[in-house]
Unconditional design. Structure first.
Length: 393
């Protein structure tokens, strides 16, 4: 496949995660009100999706090592389209949660395979650079997601916002069916045997490089998810933003993220992976600490959240490609399994974060600020200790 086609496929497969979460965030408060649901149920539409997303990767990974990436991608994206249509026409919150859970399990195939494809085709250092290009595409998709969701919600309803996901899924499925070629050179016929799988997973979870980069991806995504899960309620209900204004906030964050992925490639060439990650961790900690101190000083304005978070999302554009590529780097023959475990652990953390937010959201910005400050400190800790010691150059 041409390099441009590979990057396009990566962008769409990786971008399925932010578009699935971000596009309906502007609709979440109105959706919750229309369906007569509480805050905990609203959070469950996100956390159940992410829990299914994480768990499903434990199955998709070995399947892709056994049968190849292409059949897993086609099956996963087909299920995603069906679940997207079901979500859009759900008459109750309970049905919406069920369809979103199926949707999460289906999108696990796309994101897991994307990370594995990079390891199939590239060395770890090359992989970080190629992954950053794919994540630049993810950033562009994320830039469009929240504003589009806000616009569709304002012009039509939350049903239209969720139905747009089926259009994205169908387009991605068509591209994969027509142009994507298998990237696994040698399929593992024993990948699904329990003894083989248990040994592979054991080898992965005790690898210090995997653990170091997984700690980075887990803390970075949990910090991002804290903002995703709470920001619509804080900015719309606490600070009075319209759905369109909130969409523009998410657009600006996604644009900053794209800039972070470009910065990542420049820093990698100059400093290597470990120093690049360490520099970005300084930005994360600075943003989280600034947000926390402004809250302690009693600053009750939206800029006190959005400006510090800009530093964190810039750093996320660096941590995400380095962390995802670094975690699967040591396992060229089991990239699917390694990618699956990395994704599973990240989503378990995000699920726990969402559950905590669902029970602590109190009509103020405090839970959002506390969560982001906490995770930004752990990002710096993992970057400056684990990655510094065990990460590859």
């Amino acid at each position: 496949m041409p390099p441009a086609l590979i990057v396009l496929c990566l962008a769409l497969l990786l971008g399925i995660q932010p578009i699935t979460t971000d596009l309906y965030l502007p609709a979440l408060p109105g959706l919750t009100q229309e369906l007569g649901a509480g805050m905990a149920q609203a959070q469950l539409t996100l956390t159940a999706l992410l829990l299914a997303f994480g768990i499903s990767q434990l199955f998709w990974g070995p399947l892709s090592d056994r049968y190849g990436r292409r059949p897993v991608l086609l099956a996963g994206m087909s299920a995603y389209v069906i679940a997207s249509v079901g979500s859009a026409f759900s008459p109750t919150m309970d049905q919406l949660i069920i369809w979103r859970t199926i949707q999460g399990a289906a999108m696990g195939a796309g994101v897991m395979c994307a990370r594995a494809i990079v390891r199939d085709l590239y060395s770890p250092i090359q992989g970080a650079s190629v992954m950053s290009k794919g994540l630049s595409g993810l950033g562009i998709i994320a830039c469009l997601s929240a504003p589009l969701g806000g616009l569709l919600t304002a012009l039509f309803s939350w049903h239209a916002a969720l139905l747009a996901l089926s259009v994205f899924g169908s387009s991605t499925l068509a591209l994969l069916a027509l142009r994507f070629e298998e990237t696994v050179q040698h399929k593992n016929p024993h990948a699904l045997r329990f003894a083989t799988l248990a040994q592979v997973w054991w080898d992965i979870v005790r690898n210090p490089t995997f653990l170091a980069f997984t700690a980075l991806t887990v803390t970075a995504y949990s910090c991002l998810f804290t903002f995703l899960a709470a920001s619509s309620f804080v900015l719309i209900r606490v600070y009075g933003f319209s759905t369109t204004q909130y969409g523009l906030v998410m657009f600006s964050n996604s644009l900053i993220y794209v800039l972070g992925t470009f910065l990542c490639r420049r820093l990698l060439l100059r400093f290597g992976v470990r120093r690049t990650v360490a520099l970005a961790a300084g930005l994360s900690l600075s943003g989280g600490t600034a947000m926390g101190l402004l809250a302690l000083l009693g600053v009750q304005q939206s800029w006190a959240i959005m400006v510090p978070f800009g530093l964190i999302i810039l750093a996320h554009g660096i941590h995400n490609p380095c962390g995802q590529s670094g975690a699967v780097g040591p396992f060229p023959q089991a990239a699917g399994a390694a990618s699956a475990l990395n994704g599973f652990i990240s989503m378990i953390s995000a699920f726990a974060t969402g559950q905590w937010l669902g029970t602590h959201m109190d009509g103020t910005a405090a839970p959002l600020v506390i969560g982001i400050w906490f995770w930004s400190a752990l990002i710096a800790l993992s970057a400056w200790t684990l990655v510094a010691r065990y990460g590859k150059h």
